[in-house]
Design a protein around this ligand. Structure first.
Ligand SMILES: [Zn+2]
Length: 113
């Protein structure tokens, strides 16, 4: 399960922040892009299982923020939401660049210092 590896990487990052700031993590949010290939529910479960095994993270609260896939049409410049198979609703062109939705980002870490 690829979410387990991602949750482990997230836990590492949190512990690193806690060490650097000299506090305890209370809550944090993670942005998950619709195009990232990460299943938010699986990710939540993976993190919840993991934090039980890490003393410093046991009391943490994770908020997931889902970011939709957004594209800009390479032909007419229109911006739209969708997945990788979406075509431009304006001109029907499949050529597009990704604006957002591929991220898996740790945001807004709240510490008790
Ligand atoms: Zn277009």
């Amino acid at each position: 399960m690829h979410e387990a590896g991602l949750a482990a990487a997230l836990a590492e990052e949190l512990l690193e922040i806690a060490r650097r700031e000299g506090g305890r993590i209370l809550r944090f949010s993670v942005e998950i892009g619709a195009l990232s290939g990460v299943d938010p529910e699986a990710f939540r479960l993976a993190y919840e299982a993991l934090r039980e095994t890490v003393e410093e993270l046991r009391e943490t609260e994770m908020q997931l923020v889902l970011v939709p896939g957004r594209f800009r049409c390479q032909r007419c410049g229109r911006e739209f939401e969708g997945d990788y198979f979406a075509v431009c609703p304006g001109c029907g062109d499949p050529g597009k660049s990704v604006l957002s939705g591929e991220e898996l980002l740790l945001r807004e870490v709240e510490l008790d210092v």
